[in-house]
Ligand binder design. Structure first.
Ligand code: ZN
Length: 427
């Protein structure tokens, strides 16, 4: 369907900021936006003549270099103009651009922006796709726009992935337990797999078989470095040159699944890590331990030629780190432009439930299905299930939870997507 073009004039010093967020808004509603100096369909201005009115106070605070959310949002996560009108556009700019992470903060033990410092934690809204809600309200409350275009629908889809942190960890993780519980046959099998055949954690064909049964596919993210990285973080317990690893990666591509980069924790650059995997991997990345520091991380991703990053989620809580469910090209504050890659944020991760929230696989299953149920629209829901969670002989509830999620997707006809489709749509 041909999309309608709407012309827009921005009467504010924040031209590039509002241009960027208007483009995200236009994509969401379903029109092309063109910026002009006169004869416009819509005016964005700080005064009451604007079709979309933006806040003078927001601009002054932003220009002062203050990034802390408390300077913009007092009682609720919505900024208001001086005449007490909701300023959806500026609010969405703040959230979508991850501006809160550009302030000074006390990082967690891994140097990350902690969830407990976030605006989503403060206003208890990590599970809310607020930007989509605000975009809809902005559309509803802008009569001129409503006259010209009708709003597009976005049925939610799911993006599945597996970070391969461990290839040889199954024996250490399961051996003792099997011995203690007298499961000698299983223990012998585990030892045989470990030393002779393929170690349990590399039985990725089994993951693909499970997914294939539900007609979905996924991405496997591989660490380019092994051993101890920075901040006492372990990188891979495998080596990319291992012939077993290579043949599995090849098998993944041949079957139509995807290999990507899992950027290691350490001093090697994103470019160096990507160069180590580019022979078999697509230009898709997620950082190990979700390590990020803005804007450095975004700059590195772009410099390495990565086209799609999947890192931006909070390890401590499931949900929307930038309060939006759909991918965007992030905003480059210094150069006042969008980056050349898309960020497909992470929403759901096994370890969040198991280690950060001490929940069982059964509880995780219920919470994830609940999350899917509450977000039937407006999201590319990104789910990370580590490979070792499929082969945990001590607790199979994590494997069951994953299968239950796929079963739910199948029943509700929720499609799974791969990077190619996301890049076509959002880059
Ligand atoms: Zn990892």
């Amino acid at each position: 369907m041909q999309m309608r073009t709407i012309t827009c004039r921005i009467e504010s010093p924040l031209v590039s900021e509002y241009t960027w967020v208007m483009k995200v808004f236009a994509k969401y509603i379903g029109f092309n936006v063109q910026f002009v100096d006169g004869n416009e369909d819509m005016l964005i201005a700080e005064h009451g003549m604007g079709d979309i009115q933006v806040s003078h106070f927001f601009r002054m605070t932003y220009q002062s270099g203050d990034c802390h959310f408390k300077s913009y949002f007092r009682k609720e996560l919505l900024h208001y103009t001086a005449s007490n009108k909701p300023d959806y556009l500026s609010t969405c700019f703040y959230l979508l651009s991850y501006l809160q992470e550009y302030t000074d903060y006390h990082p967690d033990q891994y140097g990350r922006f902690p969830f407990s410092n976030s605006i989503q934690h403060h206003f208890d809204c990590i599970d809310k796709n607020l930007v989509a809600q605000y975009f809809t309200l902005l559309y509803e409350q802008t009569p001129k726009l409503k006259q010209l275009v009708s709003k597009k629908e976005h049925a939610s889809v799911v993006f599945l992935s597996h970070d391969i942190d461990s290839a040889y960890g199954a024996l250490a993780e399961n051996g003792k337990w099997l011995l203690k519980h007298g499961k000698v046959g299983a223990l012998m099998q585990l030892i045989f797999n470990h030393y002779v055949r393929t170690p349990d954690h590399l039985l990725l064909d089994k993951i693909m078989q499970i997914e294939d049964a539900y007609d979905v596919k996924s991405v496997f993210f591989w660490l380019a470095r092994s051993g101890r990285g920075t901040r006492l973080i372990n990188n891979a317990d495998y080596n990319l040159s291992d012939s077993k690893v290579r043949s599995i990666q090849q098998h993944i591509s041949e079957k139509g699944w995807v290999n990507g980069l899992h950027k290691s924790a350490g001093k090697s650059t994103m470019t160096a890590d990507y160069n180590s995997v580019r022979e078999f991997a697509e230009p898709v990345n997620r950082n190990h331990y979700l390590l990020t520091e803005l804007p450095g991380t975004f700059n590195e991703i772009e410099a390495a030629g990565i086209q799609m990053d999947c890192t931006m989620g909070f390890a401590e809580a499931p949900g929307f780190r930038n309060s939006y469910g759909l991918p965007v090209r992030p905003y480059h504050f210094k150069e006042k432009r969008e980056y050349n890659f898309i960020e497909v944020p992470l929403h759901i991760m096994d370890t969040t439930y198991r280690y950060y929230r001490k929940e069982s696989g059964k509880e995780a299953e219920r919470l994830i299905i609940d999350f899917l149920e509450h977000n039937p629209q407006d999201a590319v829901i990104s789910i990370l299930w580590h490979n070792n969670y499929f082969f945990d002989r001590t607790d199979t509830s994590w494997l069951d939870a994953y299968k239950a999620v796929l079963q739910y997707m199948h029943e509700k006809q929720i499609k799974s997507v791969l990077p190619k489709e996301l890049l076509e749509e959002y880059l």
